[in-house]
Design a protein around this ligand. Structure first.
Ligand code: ATP
Ligand code: MG
Length: 336
């Protein structure tokens, strides 16, 4: 039997941050040898909230280069840009027409992001999870490694696939593969530096709320110095009254490679003044190698273009075959 297939992606809505790295990309890197992987830069998703046409193309390059800099290896993985494979938008339309509207109205991310948009909230933001279902289902993905915030969208993807199979397939000949989420416990939900009850996000208007993978050391130091803490001495995990403390200790644990018990022991009597420099060094050290590699890749756009061209070719082969299968099952007159 061949390897199982993985599909995942990140939106070029800004710079990648520690949440994207620890919740998603680091896990892609760790497991890529065991799977056949497709990682896309999901630029069609990036316009579901107001976007800047001046920066979209460059943000797309940045994310693709960061995938490589973080350790995505082209021997095991394909990297491509979502909008380069037109099957994504086309399948999204087909899925739209069989997805009940009320399934989408329940989505937490839509509710949270829609509040910020007021009257201007777009149909695209509501439809985001259907496009995401198309992204995944096109590749017959077995597993989708994501952060905790995407769990609900994965459940929707499964529901859509089951609905298509029920309506247009047979138990012996299903049309679409039902994917499973792959959510690793550590780092699945990295919280904002300015509010420990909200997740770290690219789209948070405050840059102080996140550590970006490309932040220089001085900026990392400044952000950690300014981040929200509490006046209590002695740092502890899992205290619901201290979400910021739990988040910063978790970050330190993952980045330092120590166990939770070791960190609990070490920090049990510490004050913030002692802990923050330790966290700062751990973050700077973890990111420095990624930053150096990123610069090398961005200095060679010809190489990056060739990676994305090859990725587009490989992704299109798989995606177009699935699209044709779905269209056939819907009864379309196929082009001749
Ligand atoms: P946006 O605010 O524009 O939605 P984002 O920071 O949520 O950006 P996405 O591109 O939507 O990033 O998500 C990319 C991947 O990163 C997904 O797998 C998502 O689950 C994961 N992810 C996003 N934020 C976090 C976080 N704070 N902790 C862990 N994983 C996260
Ligand atoms: Mg998001």
């Amino acid at each position: 039997m061949g390897k199982q297939r993985i599909l995942s992606g990140v939106q070029p809505t800004g710079n990648l941050h520690l949440g994207n790295y620890l919740g998603a990309i680091r896990n892609w890197v760790d497991i890529q040898r065991e799977y056949d992987n497709f990682f896309c830069v999901v630029d069609l998703h990036a316009i579901t909230v107001p976007h800047n046409p001046q920066t979209l193309a460059n943000d797309t390059y940045t994310i693709a280069a960061l995938y490589l800099a973080c350790g995505i290896d082209l021997r095991y993985s394909t990297i491509f840009v979502q909008s380069h494979v037109t099957a994504h938008s086309e399948l999204a339309w087909l899925l739209n027409c069989i997805t009940p509207l009320n399934w989408l109205e329940r989505m937490i991310q839509f509710k949270e992001k829609a509040v910020k948009q007021g009257e201007n909230v777009s149909v695209g933001l509501l439809d985001y999870p259907v496009l995401m279902a198309a992204d995944i289902l096109l590749y017959d993905a077995d597993k989708v490694p994501v952060g905790e915030d995407q769990k609900q969208h994965l459940e929707l993807t499964r529901d859509i696939a089951v609905r298509i199979n029920d309506q247009f397939g047979t138990p012996e000949k299903p049309i679409l593969k039902i994917p499973d989420p792959l959510i690793r416990k550590e780092g699945a939900r990295v919280m904002s530096l300015t509010d420990g009850t909200r997740k770290m996000s690219k789209s948070d208007p405050s840059d102080l709320s996140r550590i970006n993978l490309l932040d220089p050391p001085e900026l990392i130091e400044k952000k950690i110095k300014r981040c929200k803490t509490d006046p209590i001495r002695g740092l502890t995990f899992d205290d619901p009254e201290r979400p910021e403390c739990n988040n910063l200790l978790n970050l330190y644990t993952i980045l330092s490679g120590k166990t939770k018990e070791e960190v609990a022991q070490m920090c049990g009597d510490m004050g913030w003044g002692q802990f923050k420099p330790l966290l700062t060094s751990a973050v700077i050290e973890s990111l420095s190698q990624i930053q150096t590699k990123y610069q090398e890749i961005m200095n060679d756009k010809g190489y990056l273009d060739s990676v994305l061209r090859e990725g587009r070719y490989k992704a299109s082969q798989v995606a177009n075959a699935t699209l044709t299968r779905v269209k056939e099952s819907f009864g379309y007159l196929l082009p001749f």
